[in-house]
Design a binder for this molecule. Structure first.
Ligand SMILES: C[S@@+](CC[C@H](N)C(=O)[O-])C[C@H]1O[C@@H](n2cnc3c(N)ncnc32)[C@H](O)[C@@H]1O
Length: 504
């Protein structure tokens, strides 16, 4: 970083993805760790004469924004890292911005994505709850902790050369060893995990069920066949058991043994952290699309405690008679990562949509059945709920949760292959709720939903860009955006969650 080209930049608006836009001699520079309106010195991290745009990272703030604060996480603080000749870890790219201003900027980013990608101007929509100028108020999610800390119930770490937990800087494969992870719930900081030796593992996923300890771990190991590999796994197992046995704050450890073909090169350590690869593992996608070797088989082996965790369903919402109060799910299955997200999302769905006893409804990309549980209670035993989820572990959790609830029909298939089933539901569906992964639903699914013609579509999204693209298609098919709420479900990061209601 010390030999990097330095630029003095006037910082323009925040863009989607966590960087601000600036210009240097006419060329666009995406600048990380800045705040709109500032003047900064920034080190060029990617660029070159022929490049269409450059990337840069702030190393000194010449004229700070009133909304700048000391970064909430030392190891992710770009200014401090530069002083120490290091690089900041990723994962908290808004941590230097005050809480309220983070939300303001996310509102601008969301509105901009809708306009640019979806051709949707919120000022034209006159949506209830939105001011006439289309300004979006991004809502904080409870429980709110000052500084936006301690909300993550799931974190993926890489394993450093010395066996510690690490994370990568932005667009880098080099792991930085961590001493803490303040965005995670308190149970992680109270555990002994940052002093464990994970040598021989590639990644470690940490899960705090219900937002509290004790923690469940999934320890990923690449194995090739042979005696040497067997003894390395045996040694790792012994070591993990020993560390867990010492008042560690850990309830369970599952090894995820990836039996890769011998010729393949190992995935770079840490490449799974909160990343596409981690999402892909949970959603069952793998291999080529991610640029990683295709594993032949993943074997899950529980070596400490129980294989599954219990995630409490939010209380106070409709639920079918006799349904359990928590979901039992393998820790690699999908569950919302903000500890307040299950309640915030179901509350938003209840407030924004209408379902009544006897209705038909569908929950697409349903995970373990968070929204299905509320729908099942709302439509009652005279109703019908289709709950569609592609990933095996999450679908199995839903099957277990809705055992004996005869009006819920969990389907363990990709949504794309289930569109026909939607047309066969009894009566016209009152509501189709969809909560796809970051890539969004896509053209084929949106066209399929339109053909099903439900009364309402409630679209829950974690990506403004894919939502804007899908919303554009819905609008072109005659649907109208009726309500929109954006939730700050990932404080100190550029991510956000939206819930949107469409009707004809
Ligand atoms: C954002 S999560 C939402 C889960 C659930 N609604 C919840 O709130 O817990 C998206 C889910 O979609 C699943 N998924 C991804 N692609 C899918 C597809 N093509 N068909 C069905 N499910 C899919 C993932 O496994 C994941 O569980």
């Amino acid at each position: 970083m010390t030999s990097a080209q330095m630029l003095t930049l006037q910082i323009g608006p925040m863009a989607h993805g966590g960087h601000c836009i600036a210009r240097h001699e006419g060329r666009v520079v995406f600048v990380r760790h800045a705040v709109p309106g500032e003047t900064v010195r920034a080190a060029v991290t990617e660029g070159g004469e022929g490049a269409k745009f450059w990337r840069a990272d702030v190393v000194e703030v010449l004229r700070p924004s009133d909304h700048r604060r000391r970064h909430v996480w030392k190891q992710a603080d770009a200014l401090r890292a530069h002083e120490l000749g290091r690089v900041p870890v990723g994962g908290a790219d808004y941590g230097h911005i005050t809480d309220a201003h983070q939300r303001r900027l996310k509102g601008h980013v969301f509105r901009d994505a809708l306009a640019r990608i979806g051709g949707i101007d919120l000022a034209d929509m006159r949506l209830p709850g939105l001011p006439a100028d289309g300004e979006l108020h991004v809502e904080p999610v409870e429980p709110i902790s000052p500084g936006g800390l301690h909300w993550r119930t799931r974190v993926s770490f890489g394993v450093t050369g010395s066996g510690g937990l690490g994370m990568k800087p932005f667009r880098s494969h080099d792991l930085v060893e961590l001493r803490s992870m303040p965005l995670a719930v308190e149970a992680l900081g109270e555990s002994t995990l940052f002093s464990w030796d994970f040598q021989h593992a590639t990644t470690v996923d940490v899960v705090a069920p219900g937002g509290a300890g004790p923690l469940a771990l999934i320890v990923h190991v690449e194995v090739t066949e042979g005696e040497e590999a067997d003894s390395a796994v045996a040694e790792l197992t012994e070591r993990l058991r020993r560390q867990a046995g010492q008042a560690s704050g850990v309830q369970s450890i599952t090894l995820a043994l990836r039996h890769a073909p011998p010729a393949s090169t190992a995935r770079p350590p840490g490449s799974a952290g909160g990343s596409r690869a981690a999402v892909a593992r949970r959603s069952g996608r793998r291999g080529k699309a991610l640029g990683t070797p295709t594993p032949t088989r993943v074997e899950y082996r529980c070596i400490v405690g129980e294989r599954t965790v219990r995630e409490p369903l939010p209380s106070g919402f409709a639920a079918p008679e006799g349904q359990r109060e928590s979901v039992q799910i393998a820790p690699e299955g999908f569950w919302q990562i903000h500890r307040g997200a299950p309640r915030a999302l179901v509350s938003a769905a209840v407030e924004m949509s209408q379902v009544a006893p006897g209705d038909s409804a569908a929950d697409l990309y349903a995970g373990a059945g968070l929204f299905t549980a509320w729908l099942a209670g709302s439509v009652g035993s005279a109703g019908h709920v289709l709950s569609v989820e592609a990933a095996g572990v999450s679908h199995e959790a839903a099957v277990e949760l809705f055992q004996g609830v005869s009006h819920v029909h969990p389907v363990g298939q990709p949504v794309e292959r289930t569109l026909q089933r939607l047309t066969e539901m009894p009566g016209r569906p009152r509501l189709v709720l969809l909560d796809p992964p970051r890539a969004g639903a896509g053209q084929r699914v949106i066209a399929g939903l339109d053909a099903v013609a439900p009364e309402q579509i409630l679209y829950v999204s974690c990506d403004p860009a894919s939502f804007a693209r899908d919303a554009k298609q819905l609008l072109s098919l005659g649907w109208r955006l009726r309500r929109l709420r954006v939730l700050d479900m990932y404080p100190n990061t550029h991510h956000m969650e939206s819930v949107a209601l469409f009707t004809h």
